[in-house]
Design a protein around this ligand. Structure first.
Ligand code: FAD
Length: 311
């Protein structure tokens, strides 16, 4: 089977999507409906989050395994080093492989409970994601993706140090990078330039780098964006959304318009594949995919209850 990087380069469709393990049966049922609708659009892959508000580790194995068994969607399982020894991490990777999941997003993660707290490694675990990348490769993972940060990771001394460590993850065996959400496309494009330049200077092959796109469909979703971006909200986003906080429909429409504008700019800049945060719902993802023409060949019509009328 092809690697994720090969699939991204072939880019039969132009988007991937993120899900999180559901916390209760009702949420799981709603999520599965979203999975089915998004499956029809042919995403390159679906990533499944883990821990730190992203669901239990067992939940990641379960949902990623179900995607493999029951859908045509290729799962990318997030694995974090938080609170786990190397032995336990080996077991997680074994469980994923046994469930038919061979692509992982290798992450250090953040401390459970308080993501902003200083990082403390498990005494028999890993300090950084590059070590987990190596372990995943040793265990036979087919593709290993890693995180990248448009503004640099908050723990990095500066952007040079940040780029140096991102390169370290590629040297360790990563073949795909997924960027943290950024509400300013220019921040992502600067990361792409830094990364591309550093790879070339090191004599390494280009590595696909995906931007994160989140349609800001409600004030609650905007809060999620603040959590992911360290509340870096461009003035234009604030100016356009703040006056609409009391009007659900108008807020949603403007939030989607912002995501469409970001998506168009990224595509114009030659970005091949956009990584869309679904928040386990299909409607906004479906609208973005349709409007931006990101679906794979043979994508079926959206028949969900909130399917957007053709525009
Ligand atoms: P690292 O790559 O280890 O980087 C952490 C810091 O250490 C950075 O400052 C880096 O520059 C530095 N560094 C890296 N390697 C070295 C080294 N060898 N020596 C010295 N310094 C080094 N978190 C979750 O808990 N669950 C998830 O499902 C999840 N999904 C995510 C998905 C994406 C796309 C992204 C971008 C982030 C996700 N996160 C998730 C958040 C992530 O775990 C945190 O941002 C975490 O603080 C950093 O993880 P990392 O893998 O980038 O760590």
């Amino acid at each position: 089977m092809s690697t994720l990087a090969q699939d991204l380069r072939a880019a039969r469709s132009r988007f991937s999507v993120e899900f999180s393990p559901a916390h209760d049966p009702d949420a799981a049922a709603r999520q599965w409906d979203a999975v089915r609708r998004i499956e029809a659009l042919g995403p390159v892959f679906a990533s499944v989050t883990c821990g730190a508000g992203g669901g239990s580790r067992g939940g990641t194995v379960e949902l990623a395994g179900r995607l493999t068994r029951e859908t045509r969607v290729r799962p990318l399982a997030h694995v974090t080093a938080v609170g786990q020894s190397v032995t336990e991490l080996r077991a997680v990777l074994d469980d994923l492989a046994a469930a038919g999941v061979h692509d992982v997003l290798a992450l250090r993660g953040d401390p459970d409970g308080d993501p902003a707290a200083p990082w403390v490694a498990h005494p028999e675990g890993f300090d950084h994601a590059d070590e987990l990348v190596r372990l995943a490769r040793e265990q036979g993972a087919r593709s290993v993706a890693v995180a990248a940060f448009p503004l640099g990771h908050p723990d990095s001394a500066d952007l040079d140090a940040d780029t140096h460590h991102l390169l370290g993850k590629v040297r360790a065996g990563a073949d795909v990078a997924v960027a943290q959400l950024s509400l300013d496309v220019e921040d992502f494009l600067r990361l792409r330039d830094r990364f591309g330049t550093a790879l070339a200077a090191a004599g390494l092959d280009p590595v696909p780098l995906l931007p994160g796109v989140l349609p800001l469909t409600s004030p609650r979703v905007l809060e999620v964006a603040h959590r992911l971006t360290g509340a870096r909200e461009p003035a234009a986003v604030r100016r356009r959304l703040a006056p609409l906080a009391g009007d659900r429909a108008a807020f949603r429409e403007e939030g989607l318009r912002l995501a469409l504008e970001a998506g168009r700019r990224l595509r114009e800049e030659g970005v091949e594949v956009l990584h869309l945060y679904s928040l386990d719902r299909a409607a906004a993802v479906t609208e973005l995919v349709r409007e931006l023409g990101l679906a794979g060949p043979g994508a079926g019509p959206d028949t969900g209850p909130d399917a957007a009328p053709a525009r």
